[in-house]
Design a protein around this ligand. Structure first.
Ligand SMILES: [Zn+2]
Length: 484
């Protein structure tokens, strides 16, 4: 602790040296900040913090700690219980003033079990696939013919009934082949892929299918499946198993199907749905010096999928959000406003933790004066978009000038609702910021055994953390009601 403080002091001193240089060199971006909106001393402090964050490894150290000391942490598992204890200890170690947990009850837990598959005909070949979250098992070998649907809409186009009786519905949609329309991002391909991943099993069951298999939703060509969650089973609809094929095996499947002969698959999943479980949201607060009634919220999700160690999803969010708040807390005095870091449980199984949070805090949504979340990996930010009251737009535009040297553009759209969990609070009326992030590599690793600490790029994590620290420091110090 002492060593950390001394190191921080040295870094801060060193940064002061950089500051005089960077102001001279970056003078256009600095001097154009309107002092009637952001006072000069505050702008200078923000630059100091930004430069210090670019030299600080705290965000990376936190991801290293979480992935090494905890690892996989799917809600309700032993790993999740350890993660909840880890997060509380980490907040306290870093000097957060208040640390607490709030329970997240979940109707069912889930045991992954084993996932095994092979093509039996026309040519025997083994396949690599992974069970999708909350799938039931196959109760022994399930042998059935594959019926391919290029997209989820093609499956939906089949009238409900029994036309897929005794068949495995296979949605071959490839996120890797998705070409974003001009002005949009790869997220569109992810959104498309998650429709079949989330609802395909119900749609297939309504047409009589014995199981659903999809091509993994990802952009890599590794021979591993990408897991992810279904949105649960529907009352009165048969519960069928569902799984995701690795990309190379999805291509093998295409080649089998192209030959025009029936393709038969053997599928064996030993997954099980269990009784109720309880997770938790973990909250750490840097209490503001003026004890104001409103506070800023920085979000990430603490839970992860169970096959990797959850480094990019969402260790990167946990690391950058805790580090940004801790660095703001380390500025002289305390920030004027309180900053809460909300580490949600159960994001991966359907934003369960934040929904519980929104329910429990419904009466104080107005106290959440500004929020943002990192849940797209550890890449750098390229765009800042606000979702604030009309009168606050000019303030955010001036704040954005102080992160422009990090390669971040300001977007005038003002339609942000907050990313991932935070969108639930954004929709409930909380002013939000969206930090558009480079997530080019994200969908190669996420929800796979390859989501591990080595995928964190230290320099990018520093840039990521610096962007949030700078903006939220300004938001904490300035007397702005972002709802107006
Ligand atoms: Zn995530």
């Amino acid at each position: 602790m002492l060593i950390r403080t001394q190191l921080r002091f040295l870094l801060a001193t060193f940064s002061l040296g950089l500051l005089s240089v960077s102001i001279a060199e970056d003078s256009p971006s600095h001097t154009t900040v309107d002092p009637s909106i952001i006072p000069a001393d505050l702008a200078n402090n923000a630059i100091l913090l930004r430069e210090r964050a670019l030299l600080d490894s705290l965000s990376i150290d936190i991801v290293e700690s979480l992935t090494t000391e905890v690892g996989p942490r799917r809600i309700g598992t032993d790993g999740d219980i350890r993660a909840i204890a880890w997060a509380q200890a980490k907040f306290k170690e870093l000097g957060f003033d208040r640390v607490w947990t709030e329970e997240v009850p979940v109707e069912h837990g889930w045991i992954r079990g084993d996932a095994e598959a092979e093509i039996l005909a026309p040519f025997q070949q083994n396949l690599v696939l992974t069970a999708l979250g909350y799938s039931v098992g196959t109760d022994g070998d399930l042998v059935a013919e594959i019926v391919e649907f290029p997209t989820f809409d093609d499956l939906l186009a089949v009238p409900e009934g029994d036309s897929l009786e005794g068949k495995i519905a296979y949605v071959s949609y490839s996120m890797a082949d998705y070409v974003p329309p001009p002005g949009t991002s790869a997220m569109g391909g992810y959104g498309q892929g998650t429709r079949a991943r989330g609802q395909g099993h119900v749609a297939a069951a309504k047409r009589g299918a014995a199981a659903l298999v999809i091509r993994s939703v990802g952009t890599d060509n590794n021979r591993i499946g990408h897991t992810g969650s279904g949105y649960g089973y529907e009352e009165g609809v048969k519960k069928i198993p569902y799984a995701a094929l690795s990309a190379p095996d999805a291509i093998l499947m295409q080649n089998m199907l192209r030959r025009g002969k029936p393709v038969t698959m053997r599928l064996n999943l030993t997954s099980q749905i269990t009784g109720p479980i309880v997770g938790a949201n973990v909250i750490g607060e840097i209490t503001g010096r003026e004890g104001s009634d409103d506070y800023l919220v920085l979000g990430a999700h603490l839970d992860s999928w169970d096959e990797g160690t959850g480094a990019i999803d969402d260790g990167a969010g946990v690391g950058s959000m805790i580090a940004a708040a801790a660095m703001i807390g380390d500025m002289e005095g305390r920030p004027r406003r309180s900053i809460r870091v909300l580490l949600f449980g159960g994001e991966e199984i359907g934003l369960i933790g934040v929904r519980e949070y929104a329910r429990a805090h419904a009466a104080e949504i107005d106290a959440h004066i500004l929020g943002a979340e990192v849940d797209s990996g550890g890449g750098r930010i390229h765009t800042l978009t606000s979702g604030v009251g009309d009168r606050s737009i000019a303030t955010v535009r001036e704040m954005a000038k102080l992160i422009a040297p990090l390669g971040i553009a300001w977007s005038p759209a003002n339609d942000a609702l907050g990313a991932s969990d935070m969108s639930v609070l954004g929709r409930a009326g909380m002013p939000a910021l969206n930090f558009g992030q480079n997530s080019n590599d994200y969908f190669m690793y996420h929800h796979t055994p390859n989501d591990t600490f080595d995928k964190i790029i230290p320099e990018d994590m520093r840039y990521l953390t610096a962007a949030y620290a700078t903006i939220f420091y300004l938001a904490a110090e300035m007397d702005i009601d972002f709802r107006q």
